[in-house]
Design a protein around this ligand. Structure first.
Ligand code: SF4
Length: 140
């Protein structure tokens, strides 16, 4: 986790946070989701065991403003600019993290606090995140 991530989120209301998840967390063999202009679109009631589902449900239950499952940095940046949150909780690989930092430098709006949790298994397909750590971060 980004150093001091939970501390940096403290005091920022849930309704002023967004969650950004990487497309590669989907279980590629079983996932019925489809790409859309707003990121991966999951069918209502999808029951596949999936970190994306668990994290999205928890974030929305906690009152997060929005959740986006993004295939890349351009869509993620547009999502953050449109939502204009005070904080972004992001799960990302090292490459996306570097791209995100570059994009943040060019960010035109008020800059949100960005807290990143790194994937526990990297790669471009069927990646993994430590779900307990991610849920703890969302709730902090
Ligand atoms: S919840 Fe997971 S498995 Fe279901 S459509 Fe979304 S990403 Fe795919």
């Amino acid at each position: 986790m980004t150093e001091g991530g939970a501390e940096r989120l403290a005091g920022i209301p849930m309704g002023e946070r967004v969650l950004l998840l990487p497309h590669c967390l989907r279980p590629s063999q079983a996932c019925p989701g489809r790409p859309s202009r707003d990121g991966l679109a999951c069918p209502t009631g999808c029951t596949v065991e999936c970190s994306i589902r668990a994290l999205r449900e928890e974030a929305l239950c906690l009152g997060y403003k929005a959740v986006c499952v993004a295939p890349g940095g351009a869509l993620a940046l547009r999502f953050v600019q449109d939502a204009a949150p005070r904080a972004v909780v992001a799960i990302a690989c090292a490459k996306e993290l570097r791209e995100g930092e570059d994009a943040a430098r060019a960010f035109s709006g008020a800059r949100p606090e960005v807290v990143v949790l790194a994937l526990s298994r990297d790669g471009c397909v069927d990646t993994e995140v430590n779900l307990e750590d991610a849920l703890r971060l969302l709730r902090s």
